[in-house]
Design a protein around this ligand. Structure first.
Ligand code: ACO
Length: 431
């Protein structure tokens, strides 16, 4: 961390406090308030962390105004076009693009860890058939800590490495099994001759009576969806993983916490909510009605797939996915899909509407991903599990970075207390 010569001055009750300023390699400077409470006896107040950096990191950088997303310095559009998911996983986990040999070894390692402990299958059977696959995933991933004891010691770098590979390799199997369970079909085991994305598609769509022939265009689109969701710096679910792990909890429990957080409609649940919204709108002529509702302060309705805490410009992932949506729908011969027509027109109307322009609300990654996933044959309930399996590598990379940091402390925010001050207990007969 590069500390500058500059300091910020805080004047409080006639006393001045000097606060160091750190310069990142990219992004705005950061005022270091770590010693503020000890020196000045005050806290800062920032619910939602809108102005607070919770950690330092070298993994992912976002410039929300430019609409730029970099993984280890590489722009996401280049990675989406030229790379593929497992190579991006290697980059996120280890910091550099792999050599051909390193990539080959890594892919082999991941491929050979895709099966889950056979006894874990009984866990699935304990869930109701109508359980949401995210509920099943949260439970089953948490339960991994009960099966893989040899990779739960977070102080052992080798165990951390084993846990990382297990999570990355087994998550597609768990997500696919969660899906198969809810539709009452038998589980399909992974196959080592298929790549990561093709394997996942097959585990979701093959049945014992008929194998699933993986179309390379669909497999490429699936891989791209994984790549575009791989990491996104300190978002809510990643921060959840970091906070949970800061207590020293085992990685499987922490990733289960990340999955639980991702489920919410303001985060990973937005792709499901977005597709449901497009269906509800139904036809292009109803768009003005929904735009008016989104702008109405008295209506809780928001345009799903629009707006982002960090991006105040187009989400670069949405641009890539818009193109993928066109390719996939053309391949499947459904390019006149009414949802795509509604999505495109809605985007056009919103981007030209003063409300959205003024508030810098642009389509985010969820706006087009749902259309592609639905065209591939996934039900809406699988959208967020697919996001979770893609984001696992980001959670794991950020977790590894945090645990290896000698400055790591338990995460423990303070509060602005507005409740009662000390008062005496009143016996029940006197209340
Ligand atoms: N539709 C209509 N108005 C919106 C929308 C929207 N989608 N998003 C934000 N606004 C308005 C808010 O009403 C607010 O208006 P105000 O200043 O007049 O009160 C202003 O824009 C700022 O919005 P905030 O909620 O304060 O912004 P925040 O950064 O907290 O929220 C969020 C970001 C949660 C993503 C928000 O834009 C949203 O709810 N979008 C829809 C859900 C969605 O698509 N989520 C996916 C995010 S991406 C991801 O997780 C992969």
């Amino acid at each position: 961390m590069a500390t500058t010569d500059r300091t910020a001055k805080l004047s409080l009750d006639g006393q001045d406090f000097e606060l160091p300023i750190h310069s990142p390699t990219a992004g705005p400077d950061v005022i270091d308030i770590r010693k503020l409470y000890a020196q000045a006896g005050v806290f800062t107040y920032d619910p939602g962390f809108t102005s607070t950096a919770s950690c330092d990191s070298t993994i992912t950088f976002i410039d929300g105004n430019k609409g730029e997303l970099l993984h280890r310095g590489y722009p996401i559009d280049q990675l989406a076009e030229k790379s593929h998911f497992l190579e991006v996983c290697y980059l996120l986990l280890y910091g550099e693009l792999p050599s051909a040999k390193e990539l080959d070894d890594f892919e082999n390692l991941v491929t050979r860890h895709t099966m889950i402990h056979e006894q874990m299958i009984y866990f699935f059977r304990g869930f109701r058939r109508d359980a949401h696959p995210m509920a099943v995933m949260t439970g089953v991933v948490g339960a991994m800590s009960a099966f893989y004891h040899d990779s739960t010691d977070v102080n052992d770098p080798h165990q951390r490495e084993v846990a990382s590979i297990r999570l990355l390799a087994k998550m597609p199997t768990i997500a696919a099994m969660a899906y198969k369970y809810t539709i009452g079909q038998p589980f399909v085991y992974p196959r080592n001759d298929l790549d990561y994305a093709s394997n996942f598609l097959r585990m979701c769509f093959a049945v014992p009576a008929e194998d699933y022939q993986v179309n390379p265009i669909l497999s490429r689109a699936m891989d791209r969806i994984f790549t575009l969701h791989a990491d996104h710096e300190q978002n809510a679910s990643t921060s959840t993983v970091r906070l949970a792990s800061s207590s020293g909890a085992n990685p499987f429990a922490c990733i289960a916490a990340g999955i639980a957080c991702l489920w919410g409609p303001a985060h990973g649940g937005a792709n499901q909510a977005c597709l449901e919204m497009l269906r509800e709108i139904g036809t292009v002529d109803r768009i003005p009605e929904f735009i008016a509702r989104a702008k109405d302060k008295n209506d809780p309705f928001r345009l799903m797939g629009f707006g982002h805490r960090v991006y105040k410009n187009t989400d670069p992932r949405a641009t890539v996915l818009k193109q993928s949506a066109d390719e996939v729908l053309e391949l499947l011969g459904v390019e006149d899909n009414p949802l795509l027509q509604v999505a495109k027109e809605l985007e056009h109307v919103a981007l030209n509407d003063p409300y959205f322009i003024e508030k810098k609300l642009f389509p985010n990654v969820d706006f087009y991903s749902g259309i592609i996933l639905e065209a591939m044959g996934f039900p809406t309930s699988m959208f967020t599990p697919i996001f979770a399996l893609s984001r696992t590598v980001g959670w794991v990379s950020q977790w590894k970075e945090m645990i290896a940091d000698p400055q790591m402390k338990i995460g423990r925010p303070r509060q602005l207390y507005l409740g009662e001050t000390t008062r005496d207990y009143i016996d029940i007969e006197n209340r």
